[in-house]
Design a protein. Structure first.
Length: 408
């Protein structure tokens, strides 16, 4: 009796953590390092100066030296020193010498104590002054950083325009401004090219589609000609999808500037409605609860993310009893769109390749009717343009879990 082969084991889940590293609250910035450097140098110089002053004062007071006078006879009284009532002159001289040396030592100790307090106060002032001066010196770097951050948000019109002395920081700022000028010209040329390509590529394809549809509508056309027209029409439609995908991929590579409130639950529902006919034809069940998850972004592009993920989940599924689960929620200040599906086993090392343009699982280039191979690339570009990310994880038993997180 033949034994039933065991089902394929699911590949191990990826062990990497896609989250960005959390920066510590106290980073060793240049400002802090300069503050510690100058403050430490002042502290060392103060300690050396205090030691020199103490040694010079001790040498000037001649601690342990003999008194410059002696008592021959008579009596001596003091409120500080404890002199004996009756003693020989030599005894009085010894006691007086010890008393004077003790007073000198007290004076030096008091000088050292007051100097230490003064040094401590000056150290605090020196560190605070050094921190303020370091901030003033490094303020051009902060201005450069803020401008670079704004430029990262596709605001290429910003410039540093740093004034002040012609030093290294101004040279760096001017070089950065020159680089921004070149980047702005390059991005402007890219946008102009995308706009021109959109018109030049769409027009002939639309004309071809119209001509093919007109010929196919002729009832007297031969069967061979109708079959050829349908084939050409499918090829033309595929070319249109490719052009639209490339243009959308080029437009979605930048951050979205104009944002509006968009509910991911509504976006996912619209994507499901557009895919339901195809899912029913393939026998794939679409399920899942979609809670409200409002984000700020472009509704058309966000709908494209959901549509691409749902379409891929339906098309790359198992032949029988397949399902696609689409859920939305808000978690930890982020809106989450999760699309899970049954399907073939996906190795963990193939995950990154799925997001590359014109790549599919175990295929170098697209070669089927499931799409043009740009769906996940477009989804990742749109998610990044909205300040979010998309993560793919293999499911146990086959299929994928695609998680899109966007800031609320």
């Amino acid at each position: 009796m033949a034994t039933t082969p065991a089902p394929p084991q699911a590949p191990p889940k990826p062990t990497w953590d896609p989250r960005e590293p959390v920066r510590p609250w106290l980073r060793p910035t240049i400002r802090i390092r300069l503050t510690l450097l100058y403050g430490g140098m002042f502290l060392i110089a103060g300690i050396l100066l205090l030691s020199i002053i103490y040694l010079l004062a001790a040498q000037a007071l001649h601690i342990g030296s003999e008194l410059p006078f002696k008592i021959v006879n008579g009596s001596v009284t003091s409120e500080v020193c404890n002199f004996p009532q009756r003693a020989v002159p030599d005894e009085f001289n010894r006691v007086m010498n010890a008393c004077v040396n003790e007073q000198r030592q007290h004076a030096l100790d008091d000088l050292l104590r007051r100097s230490l307090f003064a040094l401590l106060g000056l150290s605090v002032i020196a560190f605070a002054f050094g921190y303020a001066m370091a901030g003033r010196v490094l303020s051009p770097l902060g201005r450069i950083t803020r401008t670079a951050r704004n430029v990262a948000g596709t605001d290429l019109s910003r410039r540093i325009e740093l004034d002040g002395p012609d030093d290294e920081l101004k040279e760096l700022a001017d070089t950065f401004d020159d680089m921004l000028d070149r980047l702005e010209r390059a991005f402007t040329a890219q946008q102009r090219f995308v706009a021109n390509a959109s018109h030049e590529l769409r027009t002939p394809l639309a004309i071809n589609r119209t001509l093919l549809e007109v010929h196919l509508s002729d009832p007297g056309a031969p069967v061979e000609l109708q079959q050829l027209g349908k084939t050409l029409l499918a090829t033309n439609e595929r070319s249109e999808q490719l052009v639209e995908g490339l243009l959308l991929l080029a437009r979605s590579a930048n951050e979205i500037v104009e944002r509006k409130a968009v509910d991911l639950a509504e976006v996912a529902s619209r994507a499901i409605d557009q895919t339901r006919t195809e899912a029913e034809a393939k026998g794939v069940e679409i399920r899942g609860e979609r809670a409200p998850a409002v984000v700020q972004g472009n509704g058309v592009l966000l709908e494209r993310i959901a549509l691409n993920l749902v379409q891929n989940a339906v098309r790359y599924n198992i032949p029988e009893e397949g399902w696609v689960e689409v859920t939305t929620e808000t978690r930890h200040g982020q809106a989450v769109l999760l699309v899970s599906n049954t399907g073939p086993v996906v190795p963990a090392y193939e995950i990154d390749n799925l997001f590359e343009p014109f790549r599919r699982l175990r295929q170098e280039r697209t070669g089927s009717d499931k799409g043009v191979g740009l769906g996940l690339s477009i989804a990742r570009s749109v998610a990044r343009a909205h300040g979010g990310r998309i993560i793919a994880e293999p499911r146990e038993g086959g299929g994928l879990m695609m998680r899109v997180t966007l800031p609320v």
